[in-house]
Design a protein around this ligand. Sequence first.
Ligand code: HEC
Ligand code: HEC
Length: 382
Amino acid sequence: MRSIIIALLCLFGSTQMMAADLKKGEKINKTCALCHGAWGQGTAGAKSPRIAGMTTGFLVKILTEYRSKKRKNAGMVTTSGIHKMTDKHIQDIATYLAGIDLRNDPRFDVDHAKGDKAKGKEIFNSECKGCHRRTGYGKPEKGIPALAGQQTKYIINTIERFKARNRVHDDDPEDDLFDEMFPKKEDMLNLTAYLSTLDDVTEPISATLPGGKSILAKGNPAVKSKKTNIAKAPSQEVVPGARVSEITQTVAKMELGTGISRDEAIVAMRNKAVELNMRLVGEQHVSRALEKRGEKTPYLAIFQFCNLSDAKAIVHNNPLYAAYMPCRVAMVEDTSGKIWLMMLNLDILVDNTLVSKDIVKTVIGVNQKMLEIMVAGTTGDL
Ligand code: HEC
Ligand code: HEC
């Protein structure tokens, strides 16, 4: 491996040419991971697209548009500090994410969507293939993103927005491709059924990491077996996931947005939990109870949530997971008086392959729901 790295360094002459700082990118990604998953994998919900393996150019463009408020997503921008990012930071995170290859990692396969694949293929080949390419992996050099490997609900949600003209497709506000398309929802489902079969391909991703190497998630079977074409590529280097060495790695935390009161945050969390079918099974107002006893103390309250059928599936798989239940969000005041929402980040278990593959999707899903509850709280669900 060392010789490859040295060869790469020689090839590029100096490290300066490698404009992006991947270590920095990895660090920034921890803030994105709150919603997009530790490896940018996204989750089955409509609000967590896969961002791993997107092209650097597309990511830079999108993040720059979020920064300038051309695209709006208040929760994401403030949580990850995108409004304060320099061009260099954007380049770092974009390059890091572009280098992550999840395609041959079965843990992150998108769910095969229900629908008639053959009919979906016809639609794709006649209307979309010209730009998004036969493989569904788009044209990186032209800023055309992959639809293959993208989360189904997110694609459906996005197409509905194109149809309603509240998101611009193909950078052309006049684009009318979707106006008349999919008069029946069934056609859209057929299309996504086809797209969801396209995520296992072996052509190299368009990663712009030196030497075309890519980042494989820790626990990717390809890392061990080296059986897939991708893993055999000579320039392949595996960047391992972080080992848990400090408590912050196990916690996802977000500061309450400016102007959002604690009560507003609590109401927003309760509402979001109902929407996501997560039951609020307990509330402890710790500081309030202490104050009643005359003990003044910084604010602390703990909210417990549980989805009964997910809990059943997870504990059935391994009773040890019961120790993590129910899922909790703590609302806590720090020494400077700021209010934070915090929860255990289950991604760290997934990331360190401590969750059996039969329930990995359920666990990722639970984590996602909890994050959505937290985001609703920090933004007052604006
Ligand atoms: C608070 C949750 C949250 C955080 C944190 C977050 N995002 Fe997002 N992100 C979203 C949501 C929700 C969407 C989908 C928005 C939509 O459909 O318009 C999204 C969309 C995106 C998209 C567009 C995807 C596409 O296919 O068009 C990119 C790229 C992206 N995020 C990158 C990032 C990066 C990079 C970070 C970290 C610096 C980050 N996000 C942090 C919630 C978040
Ligand atoms: C003329 C070229 C062109 C054609 C044809 C085309 N697209 Fe696109 N598409 C683009 C470009 C460019 C983008 C990126 C624009 C952006 O969001 O900034 C895009 C973005 C998308 C996105 C958003 C992806 C994401 O990650 O956010 C979806 C979904 C999509 N297209 C679906 C389709 C479907 C379905 C078809 C066929 C019915 C289609 N497109 C046909 C050029 C095209």
